[in-house]
Write a protein that binds this ligand. Structure first.
Ligand code: TYD
Length: 357
């Protein structure tokens, strides 16, 4: 069991996908660590993600909002926190296109609220979990940390705003901040709206896989434990004020994701549906992670292994995802995909009578 320089850490958004994996990873790795998890429990925050930790005296859950100073201060004082890692965010691009305001409120104003409270409480290190989407589309080469930010959608812009505030707190107040810019992350406990869990769970139910446009947009898929190891490393060895890209360097298109999932699940290509593209769809994300590699990080999982692990987990954990695909999700799915899937059916002349979702 490894040793950490800090005894107490506040993780925000710890009931979400990467946050819950990070808490499990940290408590598994550091015996004497106290983790306080501040989470608002929005649609994608799920107490079931950490049910295995209930009863662990090292873990404390606080329901609250990073955009409310009183919630943040209460959580910071519980540890009291020496270190803060901010995973709390609205994250889904398609939802940001439908309702951008909540992204600005949580991602930008929430980050400000958290930074300010953490600074006042004398936190020793603050890590802002960001995204490679802040660069906007990278049509050639790979984005490096010093490249300009050209976010193209309201989600990416809200994450960029959060980063700029984080950097301003370092420059103005000497508050010791760090930023990680992660690639598309996949693995257990991801809410089934992102491409990989959506396509896996749809395929398991023999429902269509809605591929945007011609399926040519490129992403770099990072396994969640590789992402967690990167955040842990930057927290401990990163230089305050610095930014670190996190990515594998592999380039995978949407259609490759869909085909690989169908193959792993032994499902027919007839489940593929090319639907109307996402407006402003960023054609390619690609980061250069050599700065992080310089700290000693390397991804353990390539795309195929990461996807195979993820597929296996969803196959084995239907009781986790099945309830998430009803209620709120159904309303969202219909709004996002209903018309697109109907149009796709008409275009192929396949006619009616098929289930859309
Ligand atoms: P997503 O998982 O939403 O992540 P992001 O857009 O933040 O990178 O999408 C990943 C890629 O998959 C992106 O190019 C859009 C595409 N995609 C589809 O083709 N169909 C879908 O239903 C979704 C959700 C995404």
């Amino acid at each position: 069991m490894s040793e950490l320089a800090w005894r107490s850490i506040l993780v925000t958004g710890g009931c979400g996908f990467i946050g819950s994996n990070f808490i499990r990873y940290m408590l598994g790795r550091y015996q004497n660590l106290q983790v306080v998890n501040l989470d608002k429990l929005t649609y994608c925050g799920n107490l079931a993600n950490l049910v295995d930790l209930s009863g662990d005296p090292r873990y404390i859950f606080v329901q609250g909002d990073i955009a409310r100073p009183e919630d943040v201060k209460r959580a910071l004082k519980l540890g009291p926190a020496e270190v803060v890692v901010n995973f709390a965010a609205e994250t889904h691009v398609d939802r940001a296109l439908l309702s951008p305001g909540v992204f600005v409120q949580t991602d930008v104003f929430g980050t400000y609220t958290l930074l300010e409270a953490a600074r006042q409480c004398g936190v020793k290190r603050y890590l802002q979990v960001s995204s490679d989407e802040v660069y906007g589309p990278v049509l050639t080469g790979r984005a490096r940390e010093e490249d300009p930010l050209r976010p193209h959608n309201p989600y990416a812009a809200s994450k960029a705003g959060a980063e700029l505030l984080t950097q301003a707190y370092y420059a103005s107040f000497g508050f010791p901040t760090l930023i990680t810019r992660g690639a598309n992350t996949i693995g257990p406990y991801q809410y089934p709206e992102k491409i990989v869990p959506l396509f896996i769970t749809n395929a398991l139910d023999d429902l269509p896989l809605p591929v945007y446009g011609n399926g040519g947009a490129v992403r770099d898929y990072l396994y969640v434990t590789d992402h967690c190891r990167a955040v842990d490393l930057v927290l401990q060895r990163g230089e305050p004020g610095e930014i670190y890209n996190v990515g594998t360097g592999q380039e995978i298109t949407g259609i490759q994701v869909a085909q690989a999932i169908l193959e792993l699940l032994d499902k027919p290509p007839s489940l593929l549906r090319f639907v109307q593209d996402r407006p402003g769809h960023d054609r390619r994300y690609a980061v250069d992670a050599s700065k992080l590699r310089g700290l000693g990080w390397e991804p353990v999982y390539g795309f195929q292994e990461a996807l195979a692990q993820t597929v296996q987990w969803y196959v084995a954990n239907e009781p986790w995802w099945r309830p998430l695909k009803s209620g709120e999700f159904q309303a969202y799915y219909l709004q996002q995909y209903g018309e697109r899937l109907r149009q796709a059916l008409l275009n192929t002349g396949a006619g009616g009578g098929q289930r859309l979702g």
